[in-house]
Design a protein around this ligand. Structure first.
Ligand SMILES: Nc1ncnc2c1ncn2[C@@H]1O[C@H](COP(=O)(O)OP(=O)(O)OP(=O)(O)O)[C@@H](O)[C@H]1O
Ligand SMILES: [Mg+2]
Length: 264
């Protein structure tokens, strides 16, 4: 599989994200405990860790769905710690959710087109009047949607209700709904969970292609085959703390990581 030629890990550019000392508590539980992370432009970074180690909470803090009690989050040097999710998404940060979020009673194509509208700043009045601008925009969106659906082999199913898709196809559809807005950063929360092996391979290839196009990818995933195969760097969380960070081979051989995962 193709990797990007320039090594993003050696990039001298400013980080995409700078996460400084964030702490998030839920009642008695410390879900994130003074976590520091830097994400480099164009890298494919995986965040792994046992169940309940804080991975989804981290994604929720970055994307504005949760506010950490302590610490700061910067995106391209701009502080985003207290911004709402819609503002953060419009800055070019797209994400999928651990539990697939699509509209089951809409067709596959309409799911994609609805998410285009969610990302457009065109005002609703113009939309109601259906001006020339909007028509053009809609035609362009449809073209892009067809293109993406083709890439993940859902084009033939475009007029099918989303509820009739198998689980892996629903995940791919959600993925496309994120990509249609052309985000700079893509955050995927367990894209391979519950997906059959051949579709996992397609997903891996698709993620690598996106990364090769220059998109920064943050991946949360329990499937170690996927993680070890495609990540350029891995961060490990355990009980809300960052316990390790490094190249895939370094993480594979890290004793603390093995202990956190397997208790050995
Ligand atoms: N909304 C919430 N309210 C209360 N506790 C929460 C909430 N969200 C997460 N937690 C707790 O915070 C901790 C971290 O949860 P989180 O969902 O971030 O883990 P995770 O690493 O994503 O786990 P998994 O691999 O199972 O998805 C857990 O103890 C969890 O029970
Ligand atoms: Mg999770």
């Amino acid at each position: 599989m193709n990797r990007v030629l320039n090594n993003p890990l050696e990039s001298k550019q400013n980080p995409v994200f700078k996460i400084e000392e964030i702490t998030k508590r839920f009642d008695g539980v410390i879900a994130l405990d003074q976590v520091n992370i830097e994400v480099k432009p164009g890298e494919l970074l995986s965040i792994i860790g046992p169940n309940g180690s804080g991975k989804t909470t981290l994604f929720n803090c970055i994307t504005g769905f949760l506010r950490p009690e302590e610490g700061r989050i910067y995106y391209q040097e701009k502080e985003i710690t207290r911004l709402p999710p819609d503002k953060i998404s419009l800055m070019g940060i797209g994400r999928t959710f651990q539990s697939v979020s699509i509209f089951p009673s809409l067709t596959v194509l309409d799911n994609v087109l609805v998410s285009v509208q969610q990302h457009q700043e065109e005002n609703n009045l113009k939309r109601i009047l259906h001006t020339k601008d909007i028509q053009l925009l809609e035609e362009k969106a449809k073209e892009m949607a067809f293109d993406l659906l083709e890439k993940v082999k859902l084009y033939e199913l475009r007029n099918e209700l989303a509820e009739n898709l198998v689980y892996g196809q629903r995940k791919l559809l959600e993925f496309i709904c994120v990509l249609i807005s052309d985000p700079k950063v893509i955050m995927l929360d367990e894209p391979a969970a519950g997906v059959n092996t051949s579709m996992v391979d397609e997903m891996k290839k698709f993620i690598l292609d996106l990364n090769a196009e220059g998109k920064t990818v943050l991946l949360v995933e329990h499937n170690m085959g996927v993680v070890m195969d495609i990540s350029q760097r891995i961060i490990v969380l355990d009980h809300g703390k960052k316990i390790a960070e490094g190249l895939p081979e370094e993480i594979r051989n890290n004793e603390q990581v093995q202990e956190a995962y397997f208790g050995t």
